[in-house]
Design a protein around this ligand. Sequence first.
Ligand code: FMN
Length: 344
Amino acid sequence: MPAPFSKSGCATFLAPMQDISDAPFMAIFADFGSPDFYVAEYFRIHEYYEFEASIMRAIMSRPCGRPVCAQFIGEDEFYMAKAAAQLGKYPEITMLDLNLGCPAPKIYRKNVGGGLLRNPDKIKSLMRALRSEWGGCLSVKMRLGFESALEFPKLLDAVLENPPDFITVHARTVRQLYRGAPDYKYIAYAVKHSDIPIIANGDIVSCGRVREVLDSTSCAGVMCGRQAVRNPWIFRQIKEMLEGSDIFRPTLGDVRLYIDRLSRNILAKGGVLHADSVLKKFLNFVGLGVDPRGEFLYCMRRARGMSELLKVCDAFLLRDPSIPFADTPYPGLCSRPNHEAICQ
Ligand SMILES: Cc1cc2nc3c(=O)[nH]c(=O)nc-3n(C[C@H](O)[C@H](O)[C@H](O)COP(=O)(O)O)c2cc1C
């Protein structure tokens, strides 16, 4: 099935993020501005695979009536094909993605996710297996290479041997993890060397960045992950930019309301012992746009318990709620929780 968007527009995607992109998180975008498509956390496909209920719920939730793409991570052709056939029985599930990018060592050491980028022949046979059993839209989400971006042309050829319907390229290598500047020129290369739509991913931080990437690569759209956690209005802003209308500029007061939504989601799940730690996971991204010196990040990381944490949010965000929320992350701040707020 061809991609449900064209090569010449700008389709928008919420990136898959483990322990973040669940149904309640996706639902937030219905109020703040929905992307065209969502991608769910991955299903691990192996001999004893199961489709986890929470991921299934996210896929079936269809926020704003938009499709949620399922994602597989695995390396066994037989079980991948079997799982694809099983997923195909759900008429609501129309999109399936193969993860070729996860950089966590405990994942890539099993030769799945980003680990598959070390084995182009395996990529070819996995794509053949998925194609044989999956009749819906099939995509691949890949990085530029394992060690080096110089691997990209060969990896792209391997992916294109049994072509997916579109490819998302996170313009970093596995070794880079989430650091260093994405190299978008490889996205331009993929656009030039394939007939299918290419989606750009990696530090799509703002409308300005979207414009830059569209102009320099001619990609068919963008996928936002951490940037959408930081700024859930990003898809609305992209749409407004593309339409040429005024772009919504959230204030710190708006951000405080977003944090309320996040807290309610966390508390509604019940059984969350450390709700404050779960909220901090989100605030590590939100905080990148609150103040340039990283004082919010510093204080919120030290808050103990939910009520103390929300008091810190009030202190920083409601002191003057009309202050604009930064459009892009303040330079030098760090989202990694075990770091001081300011990156060395
Ligand atoms: C917490 C977290 C979890 C992620 N989980 C997944 C995943 O399950 N599947 C996947 O393909 N990528 C996953 N990614 C990668 C993102 O989808 C995305 O490719 C990456 O963060 C780069 O985009 P960004 O700069 O907009 O965040 C994850 C990233 C983060 C930060």
